[in-house]
Design a protein around this ligand. Structure first.
Ligand code: CP3
Length: 338
């Protein structure tokens, strides 16, 4: 069975384009909320294969998407490094901040803590329809580092930007994240992931003069390590907010596909990229929330504008919680020409 998503990531345009959505599994789905209600702790929810398998499959079964994305979280890597992580109800992630050399020396990656994720991948692969691709993922080092340093989301990353200029601290933290994330992604492919996405959700808070050492180089080292073990695995990089430097990012990191956010003119950005690099994006999640003709019209225009390229339809960021699930069904039908 030919998998459309893998065809596109090999550089081949496919019509209609494959579609999946960031955060396609999550709180906007009543069947997700029903399962989530039984698990108090979000980390344990992610690390219980029986639940994570079911949640991964929920949107695929409901909408017949072209890809499943592993149900997990980018903050499982800090968890496996031994950093204390918890999700405060309604407030998002909390971590015990890592801000000095002493805290760094305590970090040590224990792959056994993430073994349940590999069980989830095996279980999902066994259950997926043959035309659906399973995407594994991890956070990029800078994005994960911002949570590790700040100890929470929702800040302006002042502490992270400050420590990024402390060479000894920052290069050690990047090394730790490159090594652990590389090992984690390799294990995901060993377990059955067929493509990978690296989420650089906070690319936009990196100052221009630090982009090479905070974004390009750490990501390039991970891509290289994964491809040394699995030369054929396609990797999508998603530097959210990186619209102005996507071509440099693609060239510097060696990714096979680039995710594009909704603030960026996708057709224009795509023209700056090498022709073989697949492009993924970029419908505004607020248009999916609103649904109706405005959403359909924009989706049709994107499909048309991207027809000549290897293109994966997605949002510019994750599905937002109040989104009616019916809008996702309408979007999938629109992209497929209905
Ligand atoms: O469907 C999927 O996309 C797969 C699963 C997935 C989750 N998180 C599940 C999740 C993926 C790919 C992620 C990635 C992730 N996690 C990112 C990068 C993508 C992005 O959104 O920019 C980031 C920054 C995180 C960190 C994180 N996890 C935050 C900031 C939060 C709290 C905010 C929120 O939406 O609640 C989480 C929690 C989280 N991760 C939830 C889900 C479904 C909600 C938790 C719950 O059910 O209570």
């Amino acid at each position: 069975m030919v998998k459309k998503l893998l065809q596109v990531l090999a550089g081949e345009p496919v019509s209609p384009p494959p579609i999946w959505l960031m955060r396609q599994a999550g709180r906007y789905l009543p069947e997700y909320r029903a399962l989530r209600a039984n698990a108090k702790d979000f980390v344990q929810f992610c690390l219980t294969p029986e639940l994570a398998i079911e949640v991964t499959l929920q949107p695929v079964h409901r909408f017949d998407l072209d890809a499943a994305i592993l149900f997990a979280d980018i903050l499982l890597v800090p968890h496996a490094l031994g950093q204390k992580l918890w999700f405060a109800e309604g407030e998002g992630p909390r971590l015990e901040p890592v801000r000095d050399a002493g805290a760094l020396t305590k970090l040590s990656y224990d792959p056994a803590l993430l073994a349940p994720v590999m069980q989830t991948i095996k279980g999902v692969r066994a259950a997926l329809p043959p035309h659906v691709t399973l995407i594994g993922f991890a956070g990029a080092p800078w994005t994960v580092a911002t949570y590790m340093i700040e100890g929470q989301g929702g800040t302006d990353h002042a502490a992270s930007r400050g420590l990024a200029r402390d060479r000894a601290f920052f290069s050690r933290l990047m090394d730790i994240l490159v090594e652990s994330t590389g090992a984690y992604l390799i294990a995901q492919v060993d377990a059955g992931a067929e493509a990978l996405q690296i989420f650089e959700s906070w690319a936009a808070t990196v100052p221009d003069d630090l982009r090479r050492e905070a974004v390009f180089e750490p990501t390039a080292r991970i891509v290289k390590a994964v491809k040394a073990k699995h030369p054929k695995i396609p990797i999508i990089g998603f530097p959210r907010g990186g619209g102005a430097w996507l071509a440099d990012y693609a060239r510097a990191t060696g990714v096979d596909g680039v995710g594009i956010d909704q603030m960026t003119d996708m057709p224009a950005a795509a023209r700056t990229l090498p022709a073989h690099v697949a492009v993924q994006g970029n419908l505004d999640p607020d248009l999916l929330l609103a649904g109706g003709e405005a959403m359909k019209e924009k989706a049709r225009r994107l499909v048309e504008a991207m027809a000549a390229r290897p293109f994966i339809f997605n949002l510019g960021h994750g599905v937002v919680q109040p989104t009616p699930p019916e809008h996702v069904a309408q979007l999938v039908a629109t992209v497929r020409g209905a």
